[in-house]
Design a protein around this ligand. Structure first.
Ligand code: FA5
Length: 338
């Protein structure tokens, strides 16, 4: 059992340590630190010395414990002193010091926007010039906006759980998923507005694709939608060609190849020629009348076009990057180049 003498010795040690810490924390200059030094660790009448004297009254069996605790507190106080001395010395340097304005400054390294973000902003800027307003949509979607309103039927393979990130938190009767395409935003905008419409939406989409030079499981798309009376494929091609020429800086040719998307009719794959090579950039087509009906528009009165391009793909094309995984490796030597 701990003896009463040891207990009061340890309590005294603790009080001493706390008092020294408080006193040093309050010391604003070297003189105050020196005063605290004399009070606590002064060789003749310091408080530490007084506590040390109490050691004599401690039973022999308790001595090792008492001695160890004494040394610990002594070391802790010494550390507090060193820190307070450094602090007050640094402060002393500051206010009175003469500032030499001719010394070279310290350069603060500045970062910049990620190339994918730069691409998104550039696309928004170009499309704004063509009258397209930029809008956002949620990344967590319901099957209505990701599939049904886009005429993707329940048995369509695009809905397969192996091709989508369904969320485990959702209820079976009420599933949710990370959107697999930005075409969801077409529906959200058409549900809440009346034509005429010209919007672009740029954002993240998710697919369980294996990463390779042209695929990543999280990537970005640019969705474009125009709904106005009398819209034709010629308008679609002109807009894409104007966009491509501005974005890739040159007279870029655009080619359509017949394709299929459940929500456009006719549907095309969009290729762009750049540096003598044709590259697939995305899909497009005339908004299917079934989609116009699903959002309450009259397909007899309005028509529209839509397109969806891969942001990483167009960024890679623009900058001569041949592996889109480089955008996400976080290697600053690569990112610094943009
Ligand atoms: C679509 O996603 C359609 N929503 C496009 C569309 C919009 C068609 C409007 C008609 C009207 P697709 O699955 O082909 O289509 O993807 C479009 C583009 O996204 C591709 O051409 C490619 O550039 C890019 N892309 C697709 N998967 C990946 C991936 N895993 N990583 C990076 N980019 C991808």
């Amino acid at each position: 059992m701990t003896s009463a003498a040891l207990e009061s010795f340890l309590a005294e040690l603790e009080r001493l340590r706390d008092a020294a810490a408080a006193s040093l924390a309050a010391a604003v200059d070297a003189a105050a630190v020196e005063q605290a030094r004399i009070e606590f660790v002064g060789a003749r009448s310091g408080r530490l010395k007084a506590v040390q004297k109490m050691l004599g009254g401690i039973a022999a069996a308790d001595k090792p414990e008492a001695g160890k605790r004494f040394n610990d507190v002594k070391a802790a106080i010494a550390e507090l002193f060193a820190a307070a001395q450094d602090r007050t010395a640094a402060a002393a340097d500051a206010p009175g010091a003469v500032i030499d304005v001719t010394l070279p400054g310290v350069t603060v390294p500045l970062g910049h926007l990620h190339p994918v973000t730069q691409t998104i902003r550039r696309v928004q800027e170009i499309m704004a010039g063509l009258g397209f307003e930029s809008v956002d949509g949620p990344e967590v979607e319901d099957p209505w906006h990701n599939f049904e309103a886009l005429a993707i039927s329940p048995e369509h393979p695009a809905r397969d759980p192996l091709d989508n990130f369904y969320l485990a938190v959702a209820r079976a009767a009420d599933p949710l998923l990370l959107r697999s395409q930005t075409s969801t935003v077409q529906i959200r905008v058409m549900e809440s507005r009346r034509p005429p419409l010209r919007i672009v939406s740029l954002g993240r989409v998710y697919r369980p694709d294996t990463a390779d030079a042209t695929h990543y499981p999280m990537f970005h798309q640019v969705e474009g939608l125009l709904v106005e009376p009398g819209t034709t494929m010629a308008h679609l091609k002109s807009v894409l060609r104007l966009f491509a020429s501005s974005f890739l800086r040159g007279d870029v040719r655009v080619r359509f190849r017949p394709s299929f998307f459940p929500f456009t009719e006719p549907s095309v794959e969009v290729d762009m020629e750049w540096g003598g090579r044709w590259v697939e950039m995305g899909g497009a087509g005339m908004v299917d009348p079934a989609v116009l009906e699903a959002v309450g528009y009259d397909p007899a009165a309005v028509s529209g076009f839509a397109f969806g391009l891969g942001v990483e793909r167009i960024a890679a094309r623009r900058h001569g990057v041949d592996d889109i995984r480089d955008f996400y490796r976080n290697d600053v030597r690569f990112l610094r180049q943009f």
